[in-house]
Design a protein around this ligand. Structure first.
Ligand SMILES: [Zn+2]
Length: 445
């Protein structure tokens, strides 16, 4: 055996656990170590250092190396020394300990399942595992720490893999997130949903999680939307979204302000370019329609046509309103009476009676026979001397409120109106808006 061969064989069998060494020798950087480890380093050294076969050492003049290069070389060597070092010993878990850990995991799974958190939910999946669903990107680190199998929308947890302490921390975090979502929904509820001519701001849900969504024709506004609210684009759905807890009320208000400004600007532009001339807007309606201002009915010829920007199709449409604003005021007054005094037939009858049966409206004398349009208020017991009706005099300025008073046991002395029977008590009073509405709601049938 030559001396070289002996040395080579010797170095090959140097104890494999010995580290590769980087040394400085007489102005040279030298690298040497056990054969197997060096095999991993050679591709890195080749081209940078030279090989000296006699003692299996790679070397380079130190002058050719910068401090950074030396540092990188040492780093590489440290890596290989670490990689091929002895395996850390595994600590064997006892069977009892393992069983206890899995039992604890299952208990935590039950807590997870029973949690009610907006936007995030746990559900059982086969076998004995649970899945967390929602926007999970913020929980990524905690999910991994807890031993979960992370996915941005679904993360899975298996009882034998989770770390109970970390999993419990994750559950607390999920609850915190839920609180943030609930707060965000409360904060935003008064300002969304909001519709614009071509787009919409709303809360959407996806797999149970709450999203702030800007949808519709967003293309023209995309830069501004992104700038104002931290949203990302959903290419397939063509909408912008963010987990609702990421969106601040102030940001949404600013976005709404911006879009409203755009809407006005576009409407103005449309008017300037396409809206019909003013005289065309004074045309009267040919068909009956509800008034755009008051909601009341406008007979043909009683209203003006006008152009109105409708955000639903995002275009101008023809609408009708009363020619005389007094008509609108009247309709509004009637609506108010309906809401306050005539919500139900019973209420209207009671209020009509209270309005009419007053001494100042009682008509003196006997044998009156009011004529005009008869409207029955209460036909019950009409044949037995009871019942109530109204007679509207021609011209509609006065009406009679007539209460039949001909039943056995009634006091007939105040009867001033003739009927086919024993007579009735009549009151005559001016027709007002309120009376008209009460009669309309109170009438029988
Ligand atoms: Zn009107």
């Amino acid at each position: 055996m030559s001396r070289d061969l002996a040395q080579r064989v010797a170095s090959r069998f140097i104890e494999a656990s010995a580290p590769i060494e980087v040394k400085e020798v007489e102005g040279r950087i030298e690298v040497s170590g056990p054969y197997d480890k060096m095999q991993n380093l050679v591709p890195y050294l080749r081209g940078k250092l030279e090989y000296r076969g006699r003692d299996h050492t790679w070397w380079v003049p130190k002058a050719k190396m910068t401090p950074l290069k030396i540092k990188n070389l040492q780093k590489k060597v440290n890596e290989i020394n670490g990689v091929s070092g002895p395996e850390p010993k595994k600590v064997e878990e006892s069977a009892e300990a393992k069983e206890a850990r899995i039992e604890e995991a299952k208990k935590l799974f039950h807590r997870a399942i029973s949690m009610r958190v907006p936007g995030l939910s746990f559900g059982f999946i086969p076998v004995n595992a649970v899945q967390l669903t929602g926007v999970l990107t913020d929980l990524r680190v905690s999910i991994n720490k807890a031993g979960g199998d992370y996915g941005p929308e679904f993360s899975k947890f298996y009882p034998h893999l989770i770390k109970p302490v970390e999993f419990e921390k994750l559950l607390d975090e999920v609850e915190d997130q839920g609180r943030l979502v609930a707060k965000a929904i409360a904060d935003l509820s008064s300002i969304i949903p909001r519709k614009f001519p071509n787009l919409k701001i709303d809360v959407g849900t996806n797999n149970g999680s709450y999203l702030f969504v800007v949808s519709g024709k967003t293309y023209d506004f995309k830069d501004e939307i992104k700038k104002l609210v931290p949203v990302t684009f959903n290419g397939q759905g063509s909408f912008w979204y963010a987990p609702i807890q990421k969106v601040k009320e102030g940001q949404v208000k600013e976005l709404i302000g911006y879009l409203e400004g755009e809407e006005r600007a576009r409407a103005e532009k449309w008017k300037a370019e396409k809206a019909p001339p003013a005289e065309e807007r004074k045309r009267t309606n040919q068909r009956g329609e509800h008034c755009h201002d008051c909601g009341g009915w406008v007979e043909p010829g009683e209203g003006y046509l006008f152009n109105w920007y409708d955000s639903e199709p995002g275009d101008f449409v023809w609408k009708v309103k009363h020619k005389d604003p007094e008509d609108c005021a009247k309709v509004r007054a009637e609506k108010k009476i309906r809401n306050e005094a005539a919500r139900t037939k019973g209420e209207a009858r009671k209020n009509l009676m209270l309005m009419c049966m007053r001494s100042e409206y009682y008509v003196d004398g006997t044998g009156h026979r009011p004529s005009g349009e008869e409207i029955y208020i209460d036909k019950n017991s009409l044949g037995y001397g009871g019942g109530t009706w109204v007679v509207v005099e021609p011209g509609g300025n006065y009406f009679w409120y007539v209460k039949n008073n001909g039943a056995d046991g009634d006091d007939w002395s105040r009867n001033n109106v003739s009927t086919g029977g024993a007579g009735a008590i009549g009151y005559r009073l001016p027709m007002t808006d309120e009376a008209r509405v009460l009669i309309d709601v109170a009438k029988d049938g």
